[in-house]
Design a protein around this ligand. Structure first.
Ligand code: AMP
Ligand code: ZN
Length: 465
C-alpha cells in the first residue's frame, strides 16, 4: 500500500506500527451547523480509505471526534466561539445545537453510505484527559500559564513547522497583521490549551480545572481523544488540507510533548472542494448541503460518485453541470449492472485478476477513479460471464458503496406505490388548503427517498431517481 504522507511530502510504503492492524484518527465536525458538501468530500475519502484498508485485509480501528466546545471562528484561538454563535443564530442552547447537528451529520454519513466510525467521541466527554495532558505539559515546561490561560510554547516543540513546511517568519508577519493578537502569548504562534479567561459571556460549557473554571482549546481535543481511544501510537491521521496548519501541527506538538515519543506515522489530507467563486464556506448564507442537493433532485450517492471520480489530493470545483454528468453516469452504470443475468456459474478463478487490479488501484494512494475504471473494464470484459461480472461488482461495492447492485426500484427506500400515491393525495389536499409548508415537506420527504414528484397539467406524477 502506498500513501502520500504530508509529513514527508512523499508517497511512502505504508507500514503500520502493528502488523495487520491500522489505527486511524479522522477529525470530525464542529457541530454548530450542517456539514457542507466540501466537508463531506473529506469524509467520503476517509470512508474509502477505511473500507479499502479492510478490503485488502487490515483490521481497522477508527476514531472520530465531535467538537462541541472550544472551537473558535479562527482556527488560531481568536474570534468567536462557533457553538455559541450557532446557539445565538437559532435561539437555542449549545446542547440543543450540538445534539441537532450531530444527528444531522450522522444522517448525512448514512445517506452517503459511509460507515460510521465505531468510536465517535464527543469532545466534552474527555475533559479529565485534556487536564491530565496539560498538567504533564506544564510539568515538563512545554506549556505556560499567562493571563489566566494555559498556552503551548511552540519553541519547545520538536521541529514545530515540519508538517506544514511553513516559514515561521512569514507567519509572524501574518499574525501581526491580524487585529486580535493575544499579548499574553510568548510567541504569536503559541496556542491555547485551556481557556479560563473567556471573552465570551454566557459560556455554558465550562469545567473546573487546576487553572480555574474554563474549557479546552480545540486542538487538545483531538490529541486527547486519539490518545484515550487509540493509544500512544497512531498509524494514520486524516483531515482536509486546511487542517494541516494550525490544527494538525498543534496536535503533533502537544501529543509528542505529552507522550515523549513520535506519535503518528502517516498524515493524509484531502484537497478541498471549491465552488466557482472559490472557497466553500458556511458563512455565505445558503451554503451547499447534502439536503440542498437532494431538494434539487440529486441522490446522495450521485454526489459520492462525483467525488470518487477525482483523486482525493486534487482540488475539485463543484458545479451542478458536473453533478448532472455524475448522476447520469451512475444511473447508466446501475442500469447496465441491473441487466446482467445473475443466474450463471461464477468463475472464481477469473475474478482474481480483476480483484488484484482493483486492489492495486486502491493501494496506489487511493486511486478511486482508477478503481471505477476497473469496474467498467469488468463490464466490458468478453471473457467474463454475467454472473461473474455481477459478483465482482458486488465485491468492489464494499469499498465504493454506491449501491451498484441494487435494481433501480430497490433503491427507492422500500416505499410502496400505494404509499406514494397516498402522499401525493395528501400533498394535493395541503395545497388546496394553501398549506404550502406541508406540501413542500411531503415533496422533500419523498425526494429524500429517491422519489421525485412532477407537477403537470393533469396532476402529479412521480419518477424514481
Ligand atoms: P470543520 O467542520 O470545518 O472542522 O471541517 C470538517 C472537515 O472538513 C475537516 O476535515 C476539514 O479539513 C474539511 N473541510 C473543510 N472545508 C473543506 C472543503 N471545502 N473541501 C473539503 N474538505 C473540507
Ligand atoms: Zn482534529
Amino acid at each position: 500500500m502506498k500513501l502520500y504522507n504530508t509529513l514527508s511530502k512523499q508517497i511512502e510504503e505504508f507500514i503500520p506500527f502493528e502488523e495487520g492492524k491500522v489505527k486511524i484518527y479522522t477529525c470530525g465536525p464542529t457541530v454548530y451547523n450542517y456539514a457542507h458538501i466540501g466537508n463531506l468530500r473529506t469524509y467520503i475519502f476517509e470512508d474509502v480509505l477505511q473500507k479499502g484498508l479492510e478490503y485488502i485485509g487490515y483490521d481497522v480501528k477508527r476514531a472520530m471526534n465531535i467538537t462541541d466546545v472550544g472551537h473558535l471562528t479562527s482556527d488560531s484561538d481568536t474570534g468567536k466561539d462557533k457553538m455559541l454563535e450557532g446557539a445565538k443564530r437559532e435561539g437555542k442552547d449549545v446542547y440543543e445545537i450540538a445534539n441537532f447537528y450531530t444527528e444531522a451529520f450522522l444522517d448525512d454519513m448514512r445517506k452517503l453510505n459511509m460507515e460510521i466510525p465505531k468510536i465517535i467521541a464527543k469532545a466534552s466527554d474527555y475533559i479529565p484527559t485534556y487536564i491530565k495532558m496539560i498538567e504533564k505539559m506544564l510539568e515538563n515546561n512545554y506549556a505556560y500559564i499567562s493571563n489566566g490561560n494555559v498556552y503551548f510554547d511552540i519553541s519547545k516543540a520538536n521541529d514545530y513547522y515540519r508538517l506544514s513546511g511553513k516559514n515561521p517568519d512569514e507567519l509572524k508577519i501574518g499574525v501581526r497583521d491580524t487585529v486580535e493578537e493575544d499579548s499574553a502569548k510568548k510567541n504569536p504562534a503559541d496556542f491555547v490549551l485551556w481557556f479560563t479567561v473567556s471573552k465570551f459571556e454566557n459560556q455554558i460549557l465550562k469545567w473546573d480545572s487546576p487553572w480555574g473554571v474554563g474549557y479546552p482549546g480545540w486542538h487538545i481535543e483531538c490529541s486527547g481523544i486519539s490518545y484515550e481511544t487509540l493509544g500512544e501510537y497512531l498509524d494514520i491521521h486524516c483531515g482536509g488540507v486546511d487542517n494541516i496548519f494550525p490544527h494538525h501541527t498543534n496536535e503533533i506538538a502537544q501529543s509528542e510533548a505529552f507522550l515523549g515519543h513520535k506519535w503518528c506515522k502517516y498524515w493524509c489530507h484531502g484537497a478541498h472542494l471549491n465552488d466557482k467563486s472559490g472557497k466553500m464556506s458556511k458563512s455565505k448564507g445558503e451554503f451547499l448541503t447534502l439536503s440542498l442537493l437532494m431538494e434539487k433532485g440529486y441522490s446522495p450517492l450521485d454526489y459520492r460518485y462525483f467525488c470518487l471520480n477525482s483523486h482525493y489530493r486534487n482540488s475539485l470545483v463543484f458545479s451542478y453541470e458536473s453533478l448532472d454528468i455524475a448522476k447520469r453516469a451512475l444511473k447508466k452504470l446501475r442500469n447496465k449492472i441491473a441487466s446482467l443475468d445473475r443466474d450463471g456459474d461464477v468463475d472464481q478463478e477469473k475474478m482474481f485478476n480483476f480483484i488484484d487490479k482493483f486492489k492495486e488501484s486502491f493501494e496506489n494512494d487511493i486511486n478511486t477513479s482508477m478503481m471505477i475504471t476497473i469496474l467498467f473494464d469488468v463490464l466490458k470484459a468478453d471473457d467474463l460471464n454475467d454472473a461473474t461480472k455481477f459478483e465482482l461488482i458486488k465485491d468492489f461495492d464494499k469499498v465504493l458503496s454506491l449501491d451498484l447492485c441494487q435494481k433501480p426500484e430497490q433503491q427507492v427506500a422500500k416505499i410502496a406505490e400505494k404509499e406514494i400515491l397516498e402522499k401525493i393525495e395528501e400533498r394535493k389536499e395541503a395545497k388546496a388548503k394553501k398549506d404550502f409548508v406541508k406540501a413542500d415537506t411531503i415533496r422533500d420527504e419523498l425526494l429524500a427517498k429517491g422519489i421525485k414528484l412532477i407537477d403537470n397539467a393533469e396532476g402529479t406524477t412521480y419518477e424514481i431517481i
